[in-house]
Ligand binder design. Structure first.
Ligand SMILES: Nc1nc2c(ncn2[C@@H]2O[C@H](COP(=O)(O)OP(=O)(O)OP(=O)(O)O)[C@@H](O)[C@H]2O)c(=O)[nH]1
Ligand SMILES: [Mg+2]
Length: 419
């Protein structure tokens, strides 16, 4: 949200629908994703997340994926930018669900294309929502990548152009930032994460392209500074963050890589990112399509024969229509299986709990019987019975693990006297 000092005044003209480009932003909560998007679009297109009340902090909110459209003009070219924010990532203890949601979103866009391609009559209003670039916001820890970062980038890279960035990079000193950047890239290389690395071919490409791309590659992961405020510097309004010791300017290359990343995304590399998504070097969509079709059409088995281009041409539109229905059915079946598994797991847990309670109840009964027998035979009057556990309240695993201190007829603690 634009702050009180904000003067986003629509400096960038809102124009008619232009060249489509879809950008997804992923990263742990509070890494500056929303601020970045609003800085990129020069308007408060995404609202900041409302703070969570302390008493609600333990509740897992899940992840919400919100695509937002904004029309921009970059070097005279109209761009119809779709920004897909993924708030809430990394807030959960178990991030599996989040990973799947993000992956599910990316794949659904491919499924829609697959279904549209297979229609006999195309829908003229169909909108291609494939994500062309995913900015992964690394938390500026100054250490190295965390397991979460590695896992997520590794899983998503085969489906989308992942570009790693360091959020809130002004929280690190220039020396720390350089060392952090180096370690992050070492990790990416070590784990062979196929991020988008501004590819070039020294034999084929022009000198200028090679130069530009190698410079951009050397900047990775891009150091991001975002600000929704404009501050006057030498009589000019600049987007900056104000600190007691000075200001950090968003567009100053000495302060951050924001300007160079923006230029790459919306100008110099926009086409390349789209090409790679649709049919480029890594065939992100083609790869997905091949996997999907070979699974659902040829034999219906994963690992079935490869579904190459030569076979592709021989598929009839009716077959493709059937395939897309099958794909949807597949998805529904997988979802049903997942729910069934969940149901079975909870049933198993309930049964286990019941068994445990029954065992405790039996133990208590035999205790009572022994005490009564001891009393009848004129022994020491029995001590008060242990607290009843017949209450309907479920017993927590910790409580189950703690044996109640048991008093023997002789008044000693422990089990020995009862054997
Ligand atoms: N130092 C610094 N702070 C930033 C920067 N960008 C954003 N912030 C601040 O960091 C906080 C979180 O920023 P957001 O943009 O809301 O972060 P987010 O990733 O969208 O967070 P959630 O949506 O809550 O997950 C806010 O207080 C921002 O003002 C930055 O570049 N540098
Ligand atoms: Mg946000």
């Amino acid at each position: 949200m634009a702050g009180p000092g904000s003067s986003f005044g629509g400096r960038r003209k809102v124009v008619k629908k232009g060249l489509g480009f879809t950008l997804m932003v992923v990263g742990q909560s509070g890494t500056g994703r929303t601020t970045f998007v609003n800085t990129l679009c020069e308007s408060p297109v995404i609202e900041h997340k409302a703070p969570v009340a302390p008493e609600m902090a333990h509740q897992e909110e899940g992840i919400k994926i919100n695509p937002v459209n904004v029309e921009l003009e970059e070097d005279g070219v109209r761009i119809s930018l779709t920004v897909v924010d993924t708030p809430g990532f990394g807030d959960q203890i178990d991030n599996e669900f989040t990973f799947n949601e993000i992956m599910g979103y990316l794949e659904r866009q491919y499924d829609d294309i697959l279904a549209e391609e297979s229609r006999i009559k195309r829908n003229p209003r169909f909108r291609d929502n494939r994500v062309h670039a995913l900015l992964y916001f690394i938390t500026p820890t100054g250490h190295a990548l965390r397991e979460l970062d590695i896992e997520l980038m590794r899983r998503l890279s085969p489906r989308v152009n992942v570009i790693p960035v360091i959020g809130k990079s002004d929280t690190l000193t220039p020396g720390e930032l350089q060392a952090f950047k180096r370690r992050v890239m070492e990790d990416i290389e070590y784990y062979s994460i196929p991020i988008y690395n501004f590819p070039y071919d020294v034999e084929e490409d022009e000198e200028e392209t090679i130069q530009d791309n190698s410079e951009l590659r050397a900047l990775m992961p891009f150091a991001i500074v975002g600000s929704e405020e404009e501050i006057e510097v030498n009589g000019e309004p600049v987007r900056a963050r104000r600190y007691p010791w000075g200001i950090v300017e968003v567009d100053n290359p000495q302060h951050s890589d924001f300007q160079r990343l923006r230029n790459a995304l919306l100008s110099t590399h926009l086409t390349d990112l789209k090409e790679i998504t649709v049919r480029g070097a890594h065939f992100l969509y083609e790869q997905y399509r091949t996997e999907k079709l070979s699974r659902s059409v040829v034999g219906g088995q994963p690992g079935g024969p490869e579904y190459g281009d030569s076979q592709d041409a021989s598929v009839l539109p009716e077959d493709l229509a059937t395939q897309s229905v099958r794909l949807k059915e597949d998805q529904i079946r997988r979802e049903e299986e997942r729910l069934r598994e969940l149901e079975l797991r909870s049933q198993r847990e309930i049964a286990e709990r019941r068994q445990e309670l029954l065992a405790k109840e039996q133990l208590l009964r035999s205790l009572e019987a022994r005490l009564a027998a001891a009393e009848a035979s004129g022994g020491t009057p029995p001590p008060p019975p242990p607290p009843a556990i017949h209450s309907p309240t479920p017993v927590s695993p910790q409580q189950q693990g703690q044996a109640h201190p048991v008093l023997t007829p002789g008044g000693q603690n422990g089990h020995d006297g009862m054997q």
